[in-house]
Design a protein around this ligand. Structure first.
Ligand code: FMN
Length: 309
């Protein structure tokens, strides 16, 4: 599964990544829910795929992710997303952002498994039985053992599966990811588990599989650094992808951002992606250095073409 990433994995990125193959599922960026019911426009903005059966152009299902601290508004919004055809509803209990946690949402809820239970139950009850409700957590806020109670809450609430970003909120994004909590969760619950965190290569994946014993995995930053990672894991790609193959995706991404969003957005998002790609391919850093000073979209486009050629 491709991880949800706010400000990074929007529908254009989902379209680009799923064009390569190897991804079985995507999740939208989180939609923050306070006490109100969002308009349909909001759901379509975060998930334009709703108009295509909640799938990317390449047939990969997209779940709508909601984030909030109160069961009733979350249930109302989940019901609306389901009515609009969402392939599933994912509940985010892992967001570390200060503003989100201050307003009672994201990882702060991991301190109160009974509230997680209440939210999952209410959302499960609000959407049709055929719409999966899934849950994404970190190990805990600061205590990793909180994952055990929260996993039980997700299971009791009726979640279809549980994705665990194997770090606490306090760990932030510092390596390592503590994959060894996954077998401990499995001892306590029967809920299907998705392992997430620090999979950057096929070798990391194989280690994660061994340690966690999972058969479902979610990858975030590793897929932005190497968009072919899913195919490499599946064995569909017999070798590590070359910069030629990866670099060839960038102009299409820039063009799609330009056509469907706007020029300035396209420039900044393409720079952002080149920075991520540089973690997987040194050539991307060269390209980034050649385009980074260009702010005007036309100049940026020619610099990008030149750098990539
Ligand atoms: C920039 C950024 C934005 C993120 N946004 C979300 C989000 O909207 N919802 C969510 O559940 N997780 C979000 N995450 C967490 C990722 O989904 C994932 O759990 C985390 O990056 C660990 O996986 P990785 O090591 O494969 O990147 C975000 C992470 C990053 C780096």
């Amino acid at each position: 599964m491709m991880a949800p990433m706010e400000g990074v994995v929007d529908w254009v990125m989902r379209d680009t990544l799923t064009s390569i193959g190897g991804i079985d599922q995507c999740v939208t960026e989180f939609i923050r829910v306070t006490q109100y019911l969002h308009s349909e426009i909001v759901f379509h903005k975060f998930c334009p795929e709703l108009r295509m059966g909640s799938k990317t152009r390449f047939g990969t299902p997209v779940f709508v992710q909601l984030l909030g601290g109160h069961a009733e508004p979350l249930a109302m919004n989940a019901e609306r997303a389901a009515k609009l055809g969402a392939a599933g509803i994912d509940l985010n209990f892992g967001c570390p952002a200060k503003t989100v946690n201050r307003h009672d949402g994201g990882a702060s809820l991991l301190k109160c498994p009974d509230r997680v239970l209440g939210i999952v139950k209410a959302v499960r009850a609000a959407v049709p039985a055929e719409t999966p409700v899934t849950v994404k957590i970190r190990l805990g806020f600061d205590d990793p053992s909180a994952c055990l109670e929260n996993a039980l809450a997700a299971e009791e609430g009726g979640a279809q599966w549980l994705t665990v970003h194997c770090r606490t909120k306090t760990d932030g994004y510092r390596p390592p990811a503590y994959w060894d909590w996954m077998p401990k969760i499995r001892e306590k619950t029967k809920i299907p588990l998705v392992a997430n965190g620090e999979i950057w290569t096929r070798e990391d994946f194989l280690r994660c599989q061994e340690v966690t014993g999972c058969d479902m995995f979610m990858i975030g930053r590793g897929a932005l650094a190497n968009p072919f990672i899913f195919r490499e894991i599946q064995g569909a790609a017999t070798r590590t992808s070359s910069w030629q193959e990866v670099g060839a995706l960038v102009p299409g991404f820039f063009a799609a951002c330009t056509d469907h969003i706007n020029d300035h957005f396209a420039t900044s998002r393409t720079k952002q992606w080149l920075k991520s790609l540089a973690l997987g391919h040194a050539e991307a850093k060269e390209v980034f250095n050649q385009v980074k000073t260009h702010k005007k979209p036309t100049e940026f486009r020619s610099a990008l073409e030149k750098a990539l050629s």
